[in-house]
Ligand binder design. Structure first.
Ligand SMILES: C[S@@+](CC[C@H](N)C(=O)[O-])C[C@H]1O[C@@H](n2cnc3c(N)ncnc32)[C@H](O)[C@@H]1O
Length: 510
């Protein structure tokens, strides 16, 4: 928190304590005082959660004005959020409305949101580990526009389990005398931590017993991003001392976070990721499981989704779940689905669990997702055989083949004709830069007989979606049937947009 902000907060609270007239405060002081009051209520709620972890549920929504508000004590210092009021009408929403309503002629472009969307939504967070201005090791985020670090122990957008696990790491830094990373000279040990909430209910396999041993509280998959190579060097060398320090830190955390007699374990697992390079890329190429279970699960869009620490996961599970439900409405039963930017296969698996497609082919450039996809697919196939959906094949009939679920590690644009062979529905969920030029060209030129009938394009960047949608519509091959937005990152000028296209000519394959 900047000196200016902390001074302002102090002054505001003193004014409030001494009963100063609200009229004497500036609008900003009043806003910060309100943030502080709501933050205090949030802390009280979190204290209750700590005492009763099995009942973790979202905090009561903050008292808000016309729009959703953030009310975070770290706002303005921390770089994580850029909006603290009217979160449900970020500036980009106006651009999206203008594009879809005025340029594309859709009736109305809506943004999905509800009153508790603003808080406790983040289920995956990456936090830096550095020394602060006073030399104290800190787990937090960089200040706006700099690499100076701010601790954010009361972050209101983090799921409470993430804040608790971050606090555990904060304590362990000092207890284990861990050296935070120093960017200036590349020295130090711990660079970042990644914390991901694991749904312990979904973690139980469907045949996992009576349910009496199920631990209801969410736990955290913790990754320690360590500033060294993975391989131990000769005994007594600097490398092995560094790995011994990593091992001691991980054991200390595991003991603190997994073995409490009076509450469910906070940690699901502890991983090491090794990043020795002097780079801004957070994760390195090598991973090692140090404690706990390798497989982590959550339930999204009607499917159990397995994920590892190195594969992409949407951080806002509730918003993604809602988005998946909407996507399902646009996929007819019996479809052949190509899920082109699949990650661990969340979208394709959700469609497989709910829409009875004939097949789903997942295509993903990062091979880290493949093992997770295969675990999820096996669990899904098992549950479909055990309880086939009404009217669906259980695979026992020789005339109706079982659903095919496949995963290809490849760039979607490398051979779109191959990845989309026979596909009736193509799903694109690209990174911020949008569709690869080769994929966009194929979609804009493929003949109606060969191409898919429907396309679901989910985008995290409105600018690249607008560019790609303009090209798709200009090609004459596609018509926009529907579009809507989802608040995946409340507190920022960002919306996730789903655009549903249908082919304009030729016989539909679906
Ligand atoms: C926004 S994420 C979506 C992941 C997944 N659909 C989900 O919902 O979790 C984008 C994914 O596209 C992958 N990706 C990036 N470039 C790609 C490419 N050229 N071809 C295929 N996948 C790509 C990334 O590795 C990442 O997993």
């Amino acid at each position: 928190m900047s000196a200016m902000t902390s001074r302002t907060l102090r002054c505001t609270s003193q004014a409030a304590e001494h009963g100063a007239s609200p009229a004497a405060a500036t609008p900003r002081q009043r806003r910060l005082a309100k943030n502080k009051r709501q933050h205090k209520e949030g802390l009280e709620w979190r204290q209750q959660v700590l005492e009763e972890p099995a009942t973790l549920s979202p905090p009561p929504p903050a008292a808000v004005g016309p729009g959703l508000s953030l009310s975070c004590p770290h706002f303005e210092a921390c770089s994580g959020c850029t909006l603290d009021s009217n979160l449900d009408t970020p500036p980009v929403l106006h651009k999206a409305k203008a594009f879809f309503e005025d340029e594309c002629g859709l009736g109305s472009f809506q943004l999905h949101t509800n009153s508790d969307s603003a808080h406790s939504w983040r289920q995956r967070a990456r936090l830096a580990v550095r020394r602060d201005g006073s030399g104290r090791p800190v787990v937090g985020l960089f200040d706006k526009g700099s690499h100076a670090i701010t601790a954010i122990p009361s972050c209101v957008v983090h799921h409470p389990a993430i804040n608790q696990a971050a606090e555990l790491v904060q304590q362990a830094l000092e207890a284990c005398a861990v050296e935070p990373y120093i960017e200036g000279n590349g020295s130090g040990q711990l660079r970042y931590v990644q914390l991901t909430v694991v749904d312990q209910q979904a973690a139980q396999p469907p045949s996992g017993g009576t349910g009496t041993s199920i631990v209801a509280a969410p736990a955290v998959q913790l990754v320690l991003v360590w500033n060294s190579e993975a391989a131990a060097e000769e005994e007594g060398s600097e490398g092995s001392a560094s790995l011994a320090a990593l091992s001691a830190l991980a054991s200390h955390l595991w003991q603190l976070g997994s073995q409490s007699a009076d509450r469910p374990p906070l940690l699901h697992s502890v991983w090491a990721n090794f990043q020795p390079a002097r780079t801004n890329v957070i994760m390195g190429p090598e991973w090692r499981l140090l404690h706990g279970a390798e497989l982590a699960w959550t339930r999204l869009g009607g499917a159990d989704i397995c994920f590892g620490p190195g594969s992409f996961m949407q951080a806002n599970y509730a918003a993604m779940d809602r988005c998946l439900q909407v996507m399902q409405e646009h996929v007819p039963p019996g479809s052949v689905v190509a899920d082109l930017h699949a990650g661990v296969g969340t979208i394709g698996l959700s469609l497989a669990a709910t829409r009875q497609p004939r097949s789903v082919a997942a295509v993903e450039i990062n091979g880290q997702g493949q093992g997770s996809f295969e675990h999820s697919a096996a669990r899904l196939q098992h549950s479909l055989v055990a309880a086939p959906p009404a009217g669906a094949s259980d695979g026992s009939s020789s005339s109706t083949p079982p659903m095919q679920l496949g995963y290809h590690v490849a760039a979607a644009g490398s051979d779109p004709g191959r990845w989309c062979r026979n596909a009736t529905t193509v799903v694109c969920d690209p990174p911020r830069k949008g569709l690869e030029a080769s994929l966009l060209r194929w979609l804009c030129t493929v003949s109606p007989e060969q191409g898919p009938a429907h396309m679901l394009y989910l985008s995290c960047s409105f600018a690249s979606l607008r560019r790609d949608a303009t090209a798709l519509l200009a090609s004459g091959r596609w018509r926009l049937r529907h579009a809507e937005g989802f608040l995946f990152v409340p507190g920022t000028n960002h919306i996730e947009t789903l655009a549903v296209f249908e082919r304009t000519a030729g016989a539909s394959k679906a």
